[in-house]
Design a protein around this ligand. Structure first.
Ligand SMILES: CC(C)(COP(=O)(O)OP(=O)(O)OC[C@H]1O[C@@H](n2cnc3c(N)ncnc32)[C@H](O)[C@@H]1OP(=O)(O)O)[C@@H](O)C(=O)NCCC(=O)NCCS
Length: 199
């Protein structure tokens, strides 16, 4: 989770993820998806549901919700072809599909093959059921597909992020750097990293 950096007019590779439907053949392990789940690019109509999820996540401050929404708005404005790519996971029958979580990621400017995961959140009512892992694996495969070799995730050391840090570690991410007291005293900036082999 990071505060958005100032806008950088750098080109980025197209995010042509497209919707991923359960059962579809791809490098992504679709066995993790239930038959009613779907991962697809964000649309303007998804905005309020994403905000609802962010507000209901207790470890985000109002300022952090605003930063997260700024990135969602940026990706909607650029039709997911800008610096930030947002994908949502929705679930349910066709007539009443509901977004249960989302991810925001993108290529790290001025690097060759490094990507950042800027944000990930799952509706608290659906946390601990594997959805976060599905979203993270989806991003990893998208990064591989675009020739990426490394995914970085920034987190913080404050106590409310302990389950999130555990989640990253269980997904195979190593802590590679820490800046003590970065956000505030006793709230360090931690960077997690996973090197992604090509499939
Ligand atoms: C971090 C997060 C995306 C993980 O998604 P999730 O769907 O809950 O995670 P999964 O079910 O795939 O994986 C669960 C694992 O994550 C950890 N975890 C993190 N938060 C958890 C929660 N609220 N409930 C249960 N497990 C949680 C556990 O270690 C668990 O591992 P285990 O089942 O082996 O014990 C989600 O909990 C979340 O939205 N957290 C709040 C927002 C946040 O901190 N986002 C990251 C910063 S941008």
């Amino acid at each position: 989770m990071v505060a958005p950096p100032p806008a950088r007019p750098l080109p980025r590779s197209p995010a042509s993820a497209g919707p991923l439907v359960a059962g579809e053949s791809s490098a992504y392990d679709s066995r993790l998806l239930s038959t009613t789940m779907n991962i697809r690019p964000v649309e303007a109509i998804d905005r309020e549901r994403i905000r609802q999820i962010l507000v209901s996540v207790t470890n985000f401050t109002p300022q952090e919700v605003q930063w997260a929404m700024d990135l969602v708005d940026d990706s909607i404005a650029h039709d997911n072809g800008g610096e930030y790519v947002v994908q949502v996971l929705d679930d349910g029958e066709e007539s009443e599909r509901l977004i249960q979580g989302y991810v925001c990621y993108g290529p790290t400017p001025m690097t060759d093959g490094v990507f950042d995961l800027y944000w990930i959140a799952v509706d608290p009512k659906r946390q601990g059921q594997g959805l976060g892992q599905i979203l993270l694996r989806f991003v990893e495969n998208e990064v591989r597909r675009q020739g990426g070799r490394m995914l970085l995730i920034e987190s913080r050391s404050r106590q409310s992020f302990a389950p999130t840090r555990r989640f990253y570690q269980r997904c195979g991410y190593d802590e590679i750097s820490r800046i003590k007291d970065f956000y505030r005293i006793e709230d360090d900036k931690i960077v997690f990293c996973k090197r992604l082999g090509q499939p």
